[in-house]
Design a binder for this molecule. Sequence first.
Ligand SMILES: Cc1ncc(COP(=O)(O)O)c(C=O)c1O
Length: 473
Amino acid sequence: MNEREVFQRLLLIVEEYYAGRQSGKFLDYFDPDELRQLLQLDHHPEGCDWDRLFDWTEKYLRYAVKTNHPSFVNRMWSGASLPAVVGEIITAISNTSACTFETAPVSTLLEKYMIDQMLEIVGFEDGQGQMTTGSSNANMIAMMCARNLHDPAAKDAGLFGCRRLLAFVSADAHYSMDRAANILGIGLEQLIKVPVNDRGQMDVTVLEKKLVDCCESGSHPFFVAATAGTTVRGAFDPVEPLLVLRARFGFWLHVDGAWGGATVLSERLRPQFLPGLEKADSFTMDFHKMLGSSLICNVLLLNNRRDALARTLSAGDGSYLFRETEDELLDFGPASLQCGRRVDSLKWFLDWKFHGRKGLAARVESFLDLCGYAEECVGRHPELEMMAPRASFNVCFRYVRDEASANDFNLALRTRLYQRGISMVGCAYIEERLVLRLLITNVSMGREDIDRYFAELVAAGREMDSEWRAGAK
Ligand SMILES: Cc1ncc(COP(=O)(O)O)c(C=O)c1O
């Protein structure tokens, strides 16, 4: 097969997959041993031709989860939008690292352009930003900037002998905060989890008491993170009261908008969900979640601190790579965690231009409406119950059973739906009770898909319920 034929075959496979992305089952399930057999991983140890390679690419797609399928309501992302896919293909074929302008001139300018767009939309002045490898790492970089700002010796001397630094997040914050505290030498004991109220939002009164205690004990409250859209319940911690506390205690206020940060694009939703955001110190959001870009597409933005990223992150001798330019901030490398930087900017830019801010905002607004509809559906089925008041985009529910068996039953129901290729939904625990967490991020989904989703779930639940009652578990 010559190169031209390779590309023709590739495009044929891609096109065919894309055309069928929402039809049939979302998954042909095989257990790991069966799948290993089907994939024939040991074949052709000495190398093989293109036909054999395409056999594997076709198998990859045949046994993959169709994340574009309306029955995939499992994660904060689903199948990528087409402009993002085009961007990914071009990124792969032109393979470069976005750490310097020299190796990635267009990407560098696209990234800067998009960051400027976002700084303006968010309302950060004299700010700075970068695309990172996801909100987990963006949260860590924000915490790192805060750490080094509050203890400038930390970069050179480490945290040995310095004042005890305390960070505060809600009890429902993402686990990446714990990872950040671990990696940055803050220590998990210094990451204080503030309880949430009955709507899943950080209890600011309790936070205030904890801040007072922290100062009285001689420790230093250097970082508070509000979550804009918590992972399980979708709650938005209130930023405005946190700004009042920041004025008193002087911490860095970060907003983790990995999930719900997308509401910043909607003029209708922003005042409801993100009042005060423009005064925070930093903000991160993922374009690969609700906004439909492909994994990974994230941005971290800093307010009023043009040099904080480079000051915090640069270390070691990068002179073999980085050149002084007229605009010394042109290269992203010196202010990044890693050396090789994947080009994520092209797909971001293409998506942005294709949909426009208004198109993306409309997408987020329609997801919220659909989540309201999903909640209504739960109310209509006597077999189902909501497990937390819906705070935004997350619909947390379960199949009704007695408390003693509810967790096991719902977990088994979820597994059955997955293994039969019927649907895939997330699950999590709220106060030790297992909930099914429905998330809608698929732009082609409508009310009829949601009706079908719940009808299938209830049918499988009834079937399982009678099996369990008959003791045939
Ligand atoms: C609130 C929140 N923050 C951070 C993250 C991590 O995002 P990423 O997957 O981009 O690292 C998630 C992921 O689900 C999240 O829900």
